[in-house]
Design a protein around this ligand. Structure first.
Ligand code: ADP
Ligand code: GN1
Ligand code: MG
Length: 376
């Protein structure tokens, strides 16, 4: 490999992997890209042979096979879902290369490459002139992201569920997340439980509520749907020119689930007035105007197909996704930071504290959230 730049933090057999995919031009630079917590994501640029200047851009990802135990099943999901979305987008006259992810094949005609160290790699066309935001800069952007995730949900409304592998079993099974946290606290492999008694108590005080949405699903009060399950603001790209929602990305967790949790996960991330890992908890709060903007966008994007039962559950979706994410960060902290990528020693604990502060603020603003969700 003699690329001009190979970024610090490159991993595995990245050069070997880059050369397996059918790109236009020849690879000349590669660097880490984006702020995802799970996969190793790189931007690969190519140039025409013997010439200077960029020819093409691609996203090269090393998949996280610790998190996704069945990468082959996962890639089947992504290939099926993206092909289906492509068809729908083309039917409605859209630009499928920008409005959904497009997998780039390997020279062997596969959707992924397993390198000589056993790492799994995939490549997507880079979606140009578009940005995934880590904070909602204004209500309109957040409204747009709600529209995108709602629309995504509607496009997949008729997708054959039996084609989907459950890439992470019990991903949003909130009572199981609570059990996992309790187990991690009991095992206390890193000796960290003593320092998080307040956070554990915060969760335990709310244990009766934790299964509220799961119970509604099990009792058939709300339907299972094909959902995204990781609806963070930076998993949707907005068009840089129009600032309108363009493409929903990060399709690793598309599985049967509930629209209530897709809604809730977006709120926990994007309607927080502080970053997910803010150290000053006084800055953490739920913005009701952002909550309103997202709700409007999501309901419109779903073409108002959510049932009354789902709409009534939306505030619970927000609170339980916030508690769940807090529990997951805290579990990972107790277990020694094996799941989420961290950038400082107590990063997962800081993240958990933010989620719990946000859940507490949602309790203070509960009537406002209910009024907005049911009143729109
Ligand atoms: P993770 O699961 O680690 O969050 P993502 O698939 O979300 O990984 O990718 C990480 C980041 O890379 C995204 O937040 C986005 O900024 C960027 N990204 C991913 N795929 C594309 C793409 N096809 N075009 C442009 N940017 C992308
Ligand atoms: C992870 O992959 P990314 O960074 O978009 C995680 C989500 C969490 C989120 C917290 C597969 O999302 O479930 O809510 O971090 N994804 C997976 O920021 O676990
Ligand atoms: Mg992501």
């Amino acid at each position: 490999m003699d690329y001009q730049t190979v970024a610090a933090g490159a991993c595995g057999r990245i050069g070997e992997a880059a050369e397996q995919f059918l790109v236009e031009g020849e690879p000349y630079s590669i660097g880490r890209y984006g702020n995802g917590h799970i996969n190793d994501t790189f931007l690969l640029c190519t140039k025409a042979p013997g010439q200077e200047g960029r020819r093409g851009r691609y996203i090269l990802q090393r998949m996280n096979t610790h998190v996704f135990a069945d990468p082959e099943g996962l890639m089947k999901n992504i290939s099926g879902v993206t092909a289906y979305l492509r068809e729908q987008i083309q039917k409605s006259g859209g630009d499928a290369d920008r409005e959904t992810l497009t997998l780039v094949k390997t020279r062997q005609g596969q959707d992924y490459y397993v390198d000589s160290l056993g790492s799994w790699w995939r490549m997507y066309l880079f979606i140009t002139d578009a940005t995934g935001y880590d904070v909602a800069e204004n209500q309109e952007d957040f409204y747009q992201s709600g529209k995108a995730f709602g629309h995504f949900q509607r496009l997949l409304d008729q997708y054959p569920v039996e084609k989907l592998v459950e890439t992470i079993p019990d991903f949003h099974n909130t009572p199981k997340r609570l059990e996992a946290l309790s187990r991690a606290a009991r095992a206390d492999v890193k000796g960290r439980a003593k320092g998080v008694e307040r956070e554990l108590a915060f969760v335990m005080d709310r244990r009766e509520e934790i299964s509220k949405v799961m119970d509604a699903l099990r009792q058939g009060e709300i339907p299972y749907r094909v959902t995204h399950n990781d609806t963070k603001l930076n998993n949707v790209l907005l068009d840089d020119h129009t600032r309108r929602a363009l493409c929903v990305i990060d399709l690793d967790t598309v599985m049967p689930g509930t629209a209530v949790f897709d809604f809730g996960d977006s709120i926990r991330f994007g309607a927080n007035t502080a970053a997910e890992d803010e150290l000053d908890l006084a800055k953490v709060s739920l913005s009701l105007p952002l909550f309103k903007a997202y709700t409007q966008g999501f309901l419109e994007g779903c073409a108002n197909r959510l049932t009354d039962g789902e709409i009534r559950m939306l505030p619970w979706g927000a609170k339980l996704m916030t508690l769940e994410c807090g529990m997951r960060f805290l579990t990972d902290y107790l277990e020694g930071d094996r799941y989420f990528r961290i950038h400082r020693p107590e990063h997962n604990l800081d993240r958990a504290r933010v989620q719990f502060a946000l859940a507490a603020d949602m309790e203070r603003k509960w009537d406002g959230m209910k009024g907005l969700a049911e009143g729109l």
